[in-house]
Design a protein around this ligand. Structure first.
Ligand code: MN
Length: 343
């Protein structure tokens, strides 16, 4: 596979078709510091999604291919459909990690340290690769570019620069990250580079995109479909039918024998309603409230509203978690309405 690179000085330029890396490929700059004597633990954010797990798998395999010992650090809440991507990738469960034997830490797709599991929040990180806006570059080496649709898109771009020959498992994981963070290439974060990255995966391996779609999106349980039906029945419209709001309680999950991770992708249904510009999905737990916010347009920055409730996220996809006493649905709808009514 050919590889196109230009080496000049300083930083990175991103064009719709070609990303020119002046200086040295980023992964080449960190390669000198990788040590074969220490294990590298590849972490991601809590409640991991396709981009999180996909990038963990690919990067672990990349390091392994360099003869560097590396493990994906998993939590027990990795959704069932994403677990199928792992295959023979070396993994370790958070609970099985010794406190004193930490090794070197890498985070992928993690907006900041607060998004890591509790025992990882106060540690130092060797590398941080992410596409969230406002990532504070908390590691020794940071590659944070919010022009990319996904961390997997960043990784594919970086792997291209160093001509890494990834295998089918890595390609499938990376493809899963691309399609989950872009809503199957339908969100406003999709660029020419996103498609170029997808094409690269197909050119380099025998990846069959339909098999990833099937294993990610066509594995629902009947209980999940019942939960979806409940979710759809709860849609309420506000602000001249421009805001869709859905509320589920812990009882709803108990009644349908489901859990939070079973709602993955539900909120997208609310955005398909004519005239709806923003969707808010609120889940009430015993002591806290979780919110997911989505907007149809990059002009409606729902991460601003998420921040008011202690959350974070992308312009069109953000979330928050706050104590039940501090949450006001009225205030949330009002803040979202203000976004729409802004000149
Ligand atoms: Mn992501």
């Amino acid at each position: 596979m050919g590889c196109f690179q230009i080496f000049i000085k300083n930083n990175v330029v991103f064009s719709p078709t070609i990303r020119i890396n002046y200086c040295m490929p980023f992964l080449a700059t960190i390669a000198d510091e990788l040590q074969s004597s220490v294990p590298y633990y590849i972490c991601t954010h809590i409640r991991p999604d396709g981009d999180a797990v996909g990038s963990q798998i690919a990067f672990t395999r990349y390091l392994n291919s360099l003869k560097i010992k590396a493990f994906c650090v998993l939590t027990h809440d990795v959704p069932r459909n994403l677990q199928t991507l792992i295959k023979d990738t070396p993994c370790i469960y958070l609970e099985d990690m010794g406190e004193d034997n930490v090794g070197a830490l890498i985070t992928l797709d993690c907006a900041d340290l607060t998004r890591l599991p509790a025992s990882f929040k106060n540690l130092t990180y060797f590398l941080n690769i992410d596409h969230h806006p406002n990532n504070p570059n908390f590691a020794k080496h940071n590659y944070v570019q919010n022009s990319f649709s996904s961390t997997c898109e960043i990784l594919i771009t970086l792997f291209k620069e160093v001509c890494w020959n990834f295998d089918l498992t890595a390609a499938q994981a990376l493809y899963a990250g691309l399609i989950t963070d872009t809503g199957n290439f339908s969100h406003s974060n999709v660029s020419a580079n996103t498609f170029a990255c997808a094409a690269h995966l197909l050119q380099c391996t025998h990846l069959q995109p339909y098999t990833i779609i099937q294993s990610l999106f066509e594995q629902k349980t009947l209980a999940q479909i019942r939960l979806l039906s409940l979710f759809l029945s709860r849609i309420q419209l506000y602000c001249n039918e421009q805001i869709a709001c859905i509320e589920l309680t812990r009882d709803d999950y108990i009644k349908t024998n489901t859990q939070h991770s079973d709602t993955e992708g539900f909120i997208a249904h609310a955005l398909t309603i004519q005239n709806v510009k923003i969707a808010a999905f609120i889940e009430y737990n015993e002591n806290f409230v979780k919110g997911s916010l989505r907007s149809k347009s990059p002009h409606l920055a729902v991460n601003q509203v998420a921040r008011q409730f202690g959350g974070f996220g992308h312009i069109c996809a953000a979330g928050f978690q706050c104590a039940s006493q501090t949450f006001s649905r009225h205030q949330l709808i009002q803040s979202l309405a203000n976004l729409i009514e802004q000149p």
